[in-house]
Design a protein around this ligand. Structure first.
Ligand code: PEP
Length: 255
C-alpha cells in the first residue's frame, strides 16, 4: 500500500469546448465533494481554464495546464507561459507528456527548461516519463526512463525536486486499453524512486509522489494503488467522464 497521499489527475487533452468543460467540471465537483483523503487535479485545454477555474473555486479540486513554454513572455505565437497558467488559477502543469514528445518535438532538454520555468512560476510540475513499445521490447525501459529523469531534472537542486510530481506513463499503455500490470508498473516506480534517492537523498525520494498513467480505469485503480510506490494516477480517456473519474478517485482509496 502506498504511503503518500494519493493524487488523481485528469488530462483532458484536446477535448471539450468551454461550455462542455464547464459541465464536466461541475458534475465532477458534485460527485467528489465529500472526498477528503485524495488530492484531485484536472488539466483542461487552455481555452477552458478560465471557466473551469470559476466552477472549481472553493472546491478542493486543483487545476493544471497541459503544457507551457519556458520563456516568461515574448513574441512566441501560440505559446502560454507559467505566469499565464498561474494567473488562470493553475497550481500544476503537466510537462513532457508522451504526446508532446511524439507530435511536437519535445525533448528531454526542453522538458528540463519547462520544468525550471514551472518552478520559477510557482507551479508544481507533473513530469512525464515512459518508454515506447519498441523500447520495452528491446529491454531499454530502465535506461530510457533513467535518461528522461536525469536530463529532466538536470541542474535542479534537491529542494526544487521536492516540489515535483513524476508520472510514469508507458507509451504503449496510453489510450490503448493496455494497462501495465501492477508488477510492471511497480518495478519502474521503484526504480524512479531509487534514482531520485541517488540524486536528491532519501527523504525527498520518500515523499515524492509518482503517478501511474496508461489506461487507468475504475476497475484497475485499486490494484495499482496497492503497490508500494504507486501514489496516484494520471488519467486520460477515463477523466473525460465525470462518473468514471470520480470512481477512480474513490477506487484509489480502496487499495
Ligand atoms: C494520458 O494521456 O496521460 C493517459 C494516461 O491516457 P489514457 O488514460 O487514456 O491512457
Amino acid at each position: 500500500m502506498a504511503r503518500r497521499r494519493p493524487l488523481i489527475a485528469g488530462n483532458w487533452k484536446m477535448f471539450n469546448t468551454g461550455p462542455q468543460a464547464a459541465e464536466l467540471a461541475s458534475r465532477l465537483r458534485s460527485l467528489v465533494s465529500d472526498v477528503t483523503h485524495v488530492d484531485i487535479m484536472v488539466a483542461p485545454p487552455f481555452t477552458a481554464l478560465g471557466i473551469v477555474a470559476e466552477i472549481l473555486k472553493g472546491s478542493a479540486i486543483r487545476l493544471g495546464g497541459q503544457n507551457l513554454f519556458w520563456e516568461p513572455e515574448g513574441a512566441y505565437t501560440g505559446e502560454v507561459s507559467a505566469r499565464m497558467l498561474k494567473a488562470a488559477g493553475c497550481s500544476h502543469v503537466i510537462i513532457g507528456h508522451s504526446e508532446r514528445r511524439q507530435y511536437f518535438g519535445e525533448t528531454n532538454a526542453s522538458v528540463n527548461w519547462k520544468i525550471k520555468a514551472a518552478l520559477l512560476g510557482d507551479l508544481i510540475p507533473v513530469m512525464c516519463v515512459g518508454e515506447s513499445d519498441a523500447e520495452r521490447e528491446a529491454d531499454q525501459t530502465f535506461s530510457v526512463v533513467q535518461q528522461q529523469l536525469e536530463e529532466g531534472i538536470k541542474g535542479l537542486g534537491a529542494d526544487e525536486v521536492q516540489g515535483f510530481t513524476i508520472a510514469y506513463e508507458p507509451v504503449w499503455a496510453i489510450g490503448t486499453g493496455k494497462t501495465a500490470t501492477e508488477d510492471q508498473a511497480q518495478e519502474v516506480h521503484e526504480f524512479i524512486r531509487a534514482r531520485i534517492e541517488a540524486a536528491c537523498g532519501n527523504s525527498i525520494a520518500n515523499d515524492l509522489r509518482i503517478l501511474y498513467g496508461g489506461s487507468v480505469k475504475p476497475g484497475n485503480i485499486a490494484g495499482l494503488m496497492a503497490m508500494d510506490d504507486i501514489d496516484g494516477a494520471l488519467v486520460g480517456g477515463a477523466s473525460l467522464d465525470a462518473e468514471s473519474f470520480a470512481a477512480i478517485v474513490r477506487g484509489s482509496l480502496d487499495a
